[in-house]
Design a protein. Structure first.
Lengths: 457, 457
C-alpha cells in the first residue's frame, strides 16, 4: 500500500534538476534514460522469476528449471545467441534443521545450516555452548580446546549504505566453522550475518579447507543469538541440541545463461552485464538476485530496441554464484579469450543507484565524465574508489578488463540477504526503474563510445 | 542500537508541558508517576519471562513452569496472597507443519496451523486451491461446493493505531475454517491476520462449533499469501500439499497467578489489574503479553512500596488467554462474589499509552478528570468511547464493574502479534517505562480515591 508514496518521494528525489536544464549529455542518451524511468520489463522479469520459479538453489532441479525459463524468456525478448552453458557442480542441499536450548530454560532456536555444513546424527547432537564475542576470540583458543562442545560466535555487524561491513563480518560465516573445527568443536553456531531483528536466520556458504573435516555449522536468527547471549550471561552452563541433516548430492549441473545484442563493429569489443540466476533456498531470491538479472536484461533490451549498438552487449545470468562463484569462474575459463572491453554486474538488491565507480585507464576520463553527467539527474554521484565489479565479473576485472559499478543503496540489503524474507514484496518498483534508467544510460554511452575502452594504459 | 534515539524522542514527546507548570494533579501522584519513568522492574520482568521461560503455550509444561516462576517472583517482590489458581484445560499443541505448491511452480509456503486445526494425514493432504478474496465470498458458496478442494481466504487488513481492524479481519481466522468445513473443503488456508510483510505466519485460535468436524486450517505468511494469489492470477489450477500434525493432548492444567497489595479499607473494594502469562508458541510472547504482566506488576509494586493504599490492588496474571480466554472465565467464576470496583488490563504490546478510556458512572466524572489531568503530561489524551477492558477482565466489565483502558499505540502490534517475531528485542524500554508511569499514576489515583467507584448509577 505504501508503494505510491515511495514512488512520489523517489520521483522528487531523483530529478532535482529539470532535465531540460542539463548540459553535456547526449540527447539520445537522455531520452533513453528518461524513458527507462517508465520501464516495465524489469518488474515483469523479477515478478516472473520469483513467482513462477521460486527458490533456485544451485545444482538442483529448481535451478535447471530457471535456466530453461531464462533461455526461453531471453529468446522471446529478441536477444541473439541465447544459450545455457552448463558446468558440473558439487551440490549441497539443506535437510531438516532444528535447534533448542535444553534444561531449565528449554526453548527452540531459529537457525539454518550454512552451505557445506556437515550433518549431525539424525537424532541430534547436544553440547555445552562456549561463547565467543568475536572471531578473534575463537581464534585465540588453543587447538583442541573445544573438544565435545559447541562454539557460538557473535559479532557486531551494523547497517551501512555501501555494504562494506559484509567483508569484515562475513568472515565469521566463511571462516569461523573451519576454525571451530580445528579447535575441536563438535559444532558451531554463529550470529547471522545480517542487520535485521527478525526470527529469520541468514543462510550462506562456509568453507572447510582440505584437511579440515566439516562440522555441523548453523546461523542463528539475530533475536535467537541475542537470546542465547542473555542465557549465557546468567552464568550457568547452557546446553543446546541440534538436528541438521544437509547432504551432498554429488556432482550435478549448473550453468550460465548468456544472451547477446550483437554490435555493428566486432573489433570494438564486448560489454558484459551480469547478475546471477541461482538463489539461496530459503527465500525466492528477489533482491539476490532476480532483480539484478531483471535490471541488466531490461537495460540491454531497451538499447537493442533503440537500434544496433556499436559494441556487442552480452547479458550473463550466472549460475551457482551463491555457493562459491562457480558460474563466474566457468564463464571466465570459457570466455577469457573473448574481446571483453567492459564488465559490470548488478547484485546488491533493487534499491536505488547512488554512486558511480569506474575502473578505467586515464585516457578514458572523458568517458567517465560523460557517464557522470548522464547519471547525475538520477541522483547518482561519482565515487572516489575504483570499481571492483560484482562477484561474477570479478575474474574479468582482475584480469584487466575495465569495470563500472552502479552502486546500489544497501542500507536495508542485509536485513533480507539470504533469508526467507528475500521475496518480491521487498522490491520497490520505482527504485527498480531508477536502476534500469541508470543501466540504460550507462549502456547507451559505453556501447556506442567511439573511443577505445580500457582499464590499462 | 536505536534505543537511545527512541528514548530521547519519546522523552521529548512525552513531556511537552514542564511538570512544574501543571495544575490539578496531586503532588504525590505526580511524584509517583515521574519516578516511574525511571522504572526498571518492568524491563526486568519482561526480560526474565521471555528469556528464562520462552514460549508459554497454555496447558503445556512450559506454561506450568511459567506459573511456578510467577508465584516465586511475585512473592519475592513483596506481594501478598500470591497463589496459582489452577483450572482444567483441553490442550491443543502444534506438530509438524509444511506446505508447498506442486507442479510447474513447485515451491514451499511458510504457514502455521491455527489453534484447534485438525491434522492432515501424516503423509499430507493435496488439493486444488479455491481462492476467495474475502470471507463473504467464501460464505456465498453453496454447502458442499468445495468438496475435495482447499479453500484460500484472503482479506485486506491494514495498519491502524487502535487495532480496530482486528475485529473486522480476525473473523477470517476465527470463523473462516468452520465455514470452509461446512462448504465441504478438505482444508483451509488464510492470509495471516497481520500487517507485516515477513515470511512469518501469524498463529491464533479458530473455532469449530459443535456439529462441525474440524478440518486442517493454517495461516500463510503474508508474502506467501500474495505469492499464492499471483500464481492463481495466472489462470491455471494451483495445487498445494499440506502436512499438519497438531494434536489434542486431552485435559491438562492451566492456571491464574494472583498477587495482592492489601488495602487499608476492605469495604472500599478491589482494583484488578490484569494481563496474561500464557503465550503463543512461535515466539517468546514479549509484547503478547510478558510486557503487560510486567507493566501491571511494576505499577502495583511502586504503589505498594509508597505506602499501603486504601483499596486492595489485585494483580491477575491470567492463564490460557490465547486459546480462548479460559483464565479470565475461570477467574470470573471463582471471584464474581468479590467486591471488585475497577478492572483494567494491559494486553496490547509495550508501545506508549496514547489514550485514556473509562467506563464510570456519571458520578465518577471528577475521578475521570483527575485521571486525565495526571496522564496528560505523558502525552495521553481522553478518548470518546467507554472502556471495554482487556479479554481477561471483560467478564467483570460486562457484569457491571467499572473499567479503565490505558490504550497503547498498536501501529506495529499486528506486525508481530502471534508470530515467531514476538521477542524481547521488539520491546522499547523507554516506551515500556511510559506505560509503567501511566499505570502507576492511574493506580495511585484509583486505589486511594475517597469516593465510591462504580460503572452504574
Amino acid at each position: 500500500m505504501h508503494k505510491p508514496l515511495i514512488a512520489a518521494a523517489l520521483a522528487a528525489l531523483a530529478l532535482p534538476v529539470p532535465l531540460a536544464a542539463q548540459t553535456g549529455v547526449d540527447e539520445r542518451v537522455a531520452e533513453l534514460r528518461d524513458a527507462a524511468l517508465d520501464d516495465d520489463y524489469a518488474w515483469a522479469i523479477t515478478e516472473a522469476i520469483t513467482t513462477e520459479l521460486g527458490p533456485r538453489m544451485a545444482g538442483t532441479p529448481a535451478e535447471a528449471r530457471a535456466r530453461k525459463w531464462a533461455v526461453e524468456t531471453l529468446t522471446a525478448m529478441g536477444f541473439s545467441n541465447v544459450r545455457d552453458e552448463p558446468f558440473p557442480l558439487r551440490t549441497w542441499v539443506r535437510g531438516i534443521e532444528t535447534g533448542a536450548v535444553m534444561g531449565d530454560h528449554s526453548q527452540p532456536l531459529a537457525l539454518t545450516a550454512l552451505g557445506n555444513s556437515a550433518a549431525t546424527p539424525v537424532d541430534g547432537l547436544e553440547g555445552e555452548i562456549v561463547y565467543f564475542p568475536s572471531l578473534a576470540d575463537l581464534q585465540a583458543e588453543p587447538d583442541g580446546a573445544l573438544r565435545g562442545r559447541i562454539a557460538f560466535v557473535s559479532h557486531a555487524m551494523t547497517r551501512t549504505q555501501d555494504g562494506s561491513q559484509y567483508g569484515a563480518y562475513g568472515i565469521v560465516r566463511r571462516a569461523g566453522p573451519a576454525i571451530a573445527a580445528q579447535k575441536g568443536a563438535s559444532a558451531i553456531l554463529i550470529r547471522s550475518i545480517g542487520t535485521d531483528s527478525h526470527r529469520m536466520p541468514h543462510a550462506g556458504s562456509t568453507v572447510f579447507p582440505d584437511g579440515t573435516d566439516p562440522i555441523p555449522a548453523a546461523a542463528l536468527a539475530i533475536p535467537d543469538a541475542e537470546q542465547l547471549e542473555r542465557l549465557i550471561e546468567r552464568g550457568k552452563p547452557v546446553r543446546v541440541r541440534l538436528i541438521l541433516t544437509p547432504r551432498v548430492l554429488g556432482t550435478r549441473s549448473s550453468g550460465n545463461v548468456i544472451a547477446e545484442v550483437p554490435g555493428s563493429d566486432p573489433s570494438a569489443g564486448i560489454v558484459v552485464v551480469a547478475c546471477h540466476l541461482d538463489s539461496w533456498d530459503l527465500g525466492t531470491g528477489a533482491i539476490d538476485d532476480a532483480s539484478g538479472c531483471a535490471i541488466v536484461a531490461a537495460a540491454a533490451k531497451r538499447i537493442m530496441d533503440a537500434g544496433q549498438p556499436r559494441r556487442t552487449i552480452r547479458v550473463l545470468w550466472a549460475g551457482a554464484e551463491e555457493v562459491g562463484i562457480f558460474g563466474g569462474r566457468a564463464y571466465f575459463e570459457a570466455h577469457k579469450g573473448d574481446n571483453h572491453v567492459l564488465a559490470a554486474e548488478s547484485d546488491f538488491g533493487a534499491d536505488r543507484v547512488w554512486r558511480l565507480d569506474t575502473r578505467f585507464a586515464p585516457a578514458n576520463q572523458p568517458l567517465a565524465d560523460r557517464l557522470a553527467a548522464a547519471l547525475a539527474p538520477l541522483g547518482i554521484a561519482t565515487g572516489t574508489q575504483p570499481a571492483s565489479g560484482g562477484a561474477d565479473v570479478s575474474a574479468l576485472i582482475a584480469n584487466g578488463v575495465a569495470g563500472i559499478d552502479l552502486q546500489q543503496d544497501g542500507t536495508r540489503y542485509f536485513d533480507l540477504h539470504h533469508t526467507p524474507d528475500d521475496t518480491l514484496d521487498k522490491v520497490d518498483p520505482a527504485q527498480l526503474r531508477q536502476n534500469v534508467a541508470a543501466w540504460t544510460a550507462m549502456l547507451a554511452i559505453v556501447a556506442d563510445a567511439p573511443e577505445r575502452i580500457s582499464a590499462t594504459k
